[in-house]
Design a protein around this ligand. Structure first.
Ligand SMILES: [Zn+2]
Length: 291
């Protein structure tokens, strides 16, 4: 909708308008007026198709091709079963060529435009017979006139409606015009915020791996007065004083037999060594590897 509005009123796409450019049809009369849009309706529809629909379809096809045929080799065998149909075989073979043709044509048009051989920046501009040019002060004034005339017409049409619809129309039109008038500022702000966030997080994530050493492990928690003492042989359970079986850690990090710590915590709701309040949910079973 925003692109459609931009094409109708500003005679450019949103990005073209952002860079102070506008589209000029080859057949345009030199005296454009506010009453007569610079782009015909058909031309606007075709431009909308090339600005929104074509990139969307191309993005989806790129994504599909990447997911199905450019995955790492580990998952390739499972995917090959899906490749049997004639359509997907054709897609697999033809799409890279189609894509190369599409991108290549755009590249050639851009080079020709850069070398001032062609007036058209892309094949779509050629098909539409649109040229791009910088906005002059007259163009800006003309855009403002066109926008004001269009708004006046819409507001007048709204005023002829019955009361509740008229009020609703007023509110929605006012909000819509606010969005349209400030959309470029909002978009610019959102883009800057996104870039700042991207930079911030990339720095945050890079820092620890690059320079900071791993901090030393924390000191063991202090044993409480009257708490269970730790045996000198670390393979023994502090509760039953026998070789630990099914090792499990309390919330303080000390390791016991699982049945011993479970029964103790269920009964006393605390760690037997530090007396820190604890529940059975906080007990962690430890799994030792053979290596
Ligand atoms: Zn035990």
């Amino acid at each position: 909708m925003a692109v459609r509005h931009s094409l109708a009123v500003q005679v450019s796409s949103l990005s073209e308008n952002f860079f102070g450019l506008m589209r000029v049809p080859d057949a345009a009369s030199p005296t454009r007026t506010a009453e007569k849009p610079a782009l015909s309706k058909a031309s606007q529809r075709f431009a909308l198709l090339t600005l929104v629909f074509v990139p969307y379809i191309k993005g989806k096809l790129d994504d599909l091709y990447r997911r199905r045929y450019q995955q790492p080799s580990i998952i390739q065998p499972a995917e090959t079963e899906l490749d049997e149909t004639a359509v997907s075989q054709l897609f697999k073979k033809a799409y890279p060529w189609l894509n190369a043709g599409y991108e290549g044509t755009h590249f050639v048009y851009q080079m020709l435009y850069l070398l001032e051989v062609s007036n058209y920046y892309s094949p779509w501009y050629y098909a539409l017979k649109h040229r791009c040019q910088r906005l002059s002060m007259d163009d800006i004034a003309s855009q403002m006139q066109r926008s004001a005339a269009l708004r006046k017409k819409i507001i007048a049409a709204n005023e002829r409606r019955v009361l509740p619809l008229r009020l609703l129309g007023r509110v929605s039109l006012t909000s819509w015009y606010l969005v349209v008038d400030y959309s470029h500022l909002v978009l610019l702000g959102a883009f800057c915020a996104f870039k700042v966030l991207e930079w911030w997080y990339s720095v945050e994530h890079r820092m620890p791996t690059q320079s900071l050493p791993i901090p030393p492990p924390p000191e063991p928690p202090r044993c409480a007065d009257g708490g269970v003492s730790i045996p000198s042989d670390v393979s023994l359970c502090p509760i039953c004083r026998q070789k630990r079986s099914n090792p499990a850690a309390s919330s303080s990090g000390f390791v016991f037999c699982y049945p011993c710590i479970f029964n103790y915590v269920q009964q006393h709701t605390r760690c037997p060594v530090t007396h820190v309040p604890s529940s059975v949910d906080q007990i962690r079973r430890l799994y030792e590897t053979s290596s």
